[in-house]
Design a protein around this ligand. Structure first.
Ligand code: PAF
Length: 282
């Protein structure tokens, strides 16, 4: 496994691979790898000649300083996990300086309004930070395919929008959410859950599946009110938002149009850990 800390070295390796007409898959991560990430890596390996995993806790996408400081950093373990999949993976673990050589600031993007929905209402500047780092990684790695999990569905939609608006020649692949046996969506943040919160957290997916069962018989508003009430009964979990939104615009659905596809999205605090999840409704 080749580990690069300098973009110059990675770029030179990529240049050689491209000259041999090799295809490249990129899996951008912030580390603390779990089975969800590994499934993206396996998919990339099966669809590309070479795969690059980036591991970088991107400061510009954190709207909360404490969250940035506490974000789990487990590089040694991450490398061991990747090694169990393949010896052929290239890993890029840059310093902040290697990525942000012109200052640790975000570019301001216009994602045609997608950035103002859901997460955008609670995490000011987050999607500018995500757009900045992902665009940077695309420029450095020049991948043919890039893999992202659907747990961050809004992020995935925004990255697809950025690629289309900036004519970036990469195929963005969305991959389904991986869950723990109890239904909790896999996330790097799960390792920080205290035991009683880890025990309470599967309630999130249980409620999403119950909401899905009501879709088609109740209105979006009725389902939303039902979910909000369910969370009020849950002492350990604090609902930040639940919304049923149309998949393309990510706008909260007022009336359901059977020609369109919808998802339910949720953000919840389990103590100081913020968890998000979503489910396809139709
Ligand atoms: O989803 C994540 O882990 C991050 O937002 C990403 C895409 C790696 C950008 O830092």
């Amino acid at each position: 496994m080749k580990v690069f800390t300098q973009k110059s070295e990675l770029k030179s390796e990529i240049k050689t691979l491209k000259s041999q007409a090799k295809t490249i898959g990129l899996i951008p991560t912030m580390g603390a790898l779990h089975e969800g990430h590994l499934s993206l890596v396996r998919r990339s390996i099966s669809e590309n000649d070479c795969s690059v995993v980036s591991i970088f806790v991107n400061p510009t996408q954190f709207n909360n300083k404490e969250d940035l400081v506490n974000y789990p950093r487990t590089l040694e373990k991450d490398l061991e996990l990747l090694q169990t999949i393949s010896d052929d993976i290239m890993v890029y673990t840059p310093s902040v300086e290697d990525i942000y050589d012109e200052g640790v600031v975000s570019t301001q993007f216009d994602f045609d309004g997608l950035e103002h929905e859901m997460e955008g209402k609670f995490r000011a500047g987050h999607f500018d930070g995500v757009g900045t780092i992902v665009k940077r990684l695309f420029e450095i790695v020049t991948p043919d395919n890039a893999y992202f999990g659907e747990k961050d569905f809004q992020q995935l939609a925004i990255i697809k929008k950025m690629v289309a608006k900036h004519n970036i020649p990469v195929n963005v692949v969305g991959c389904e959410i991986l869950r723990e046996p109890n239904g909790l969506a896999m996330s790097s943040r799960n390792v920080r859950l205290k035991p009683q919160y880890a025990e309470a957290a599967p309630f999130i997916y249980k409620t999403l599946t119950a909401a899905k069962a009501q879709f088609g018989t109740k209105s979006a508003l009725e389902i939303t009110q039902w979910v909000e009430n369910e969370f009020l009964k849950q002492e350990l979990l604090e609902l930040e938002y639940f919304t049923i939104a149309e998949e393309d615009s990510l706008k909260t659905a007022q009336n359901i149009n059977k020609q369109k596809t919808y998802r339910a999205f949720v953000a919840v605090f389990a103590d100081d850990i913020r968890l998000i999840d979503n489910i396809a409704l139709n």
